[in-house]
Design a protein around this ligand. Structure first.
Ligand code: GRF
Length: 213
């Protein structure tokens, strides 16, 4: 069984989807710990309910990003993870944290990458008159939201949508693609080699595997 550490900052609905998929055997992995940079993240409650160890490392306790990242890495490594999952973890990470975990860390980003890296993705997609939005699971590299995509899924943007309606539609899809990417990784099917994401040894397309319901 792969050992998984999940990083969160908020509600943890993606965390919940992964907890559920581990419990029902869809994912052959165990979540060893959930770590948050915010003490009041609801995802910590979700972890506790499922008997999963939790830790809080508050970024405000550190003078700079590097010292926070060093403490976070020490905490993560204490759980001996095979896979680190960023599930709504809202901190920009430095190479201090990322480099040692390269190839074993994935993130979910609520846009059709490479479009709309960064924050406020849904409002920006609406403002630009896009017809589609979506989410992307990708390997984490030193480039913010720029690592190789693993899975991408699109949803329609309807006339009159506001950002929260669109976010809810995208989130439903996130709860499908994040457990699927985690399952692949835990089965040894998903790897990062020479800066490319591979599934079953084949290089994935630039936008990842296209997931359709
Ligand atoms: C998700 O939309 C994720 O893509 C984004 O933050 C949100 C986290 O939601 N980065 P949750 O905490 O998993 O409910």
């Amino acid at each position: 069984m792969m050992r998984i550490v999940v990083l969160i900052s908020g509600s943890g609905s993606n965390l919940q989807a992964i907890i559920d998929a581990c419990s029902d055997g869809t994912i052959s992995g165990n979540i060893a710990a959930v770590i948050s940079n915010k003490a009041d993240a609801f995802g910590l409650e979700r972890a506790k309910r499922s008997g999963i160890a939790t830790a809080v490392i508050n970024h405000k306790d550190f003078a700079d990003r590097e010292s926070f990242d060093d403490a976070l890495l020490t905490c993560v490594n204490a759980y001996l993870p095979d896979l680190v999952i960023m599930a709504g973890f809202m901190r920009i990470l430095t190479p201090n944290f990322i480099t040692p975990l390269l190839g074993k860390m994935i993130n979910i980003h609520p846009s059709l990458l490479p479009k709309y890296t960064g924050l406020h993705t849904h409002q920006r997609a609406i403002d630009a008159g896009e017809k589609e939005a979506g989410a992307t699971v990708h390997f984490v590299t030193e480039e913010l939201d720029g690592g190789p995509p693993v899975i991408q899924t699109a949803v329609p943007i309807f006339a009159g949508d506001d950002a929260s309606q669109l976010a809810a539609r995208v989130l439903q899809q996130e709860h499908k693609i994040f457990p699927l990417a985690t399952k692949w990784f835990c089965e040894g099917r998903l790897t990062l080699e020479n800066g490319k994401a591979l599934l079953d040894g084949d290089i994935l397309p630039d936008t990842g595997f296209t997931f359709n319901d």
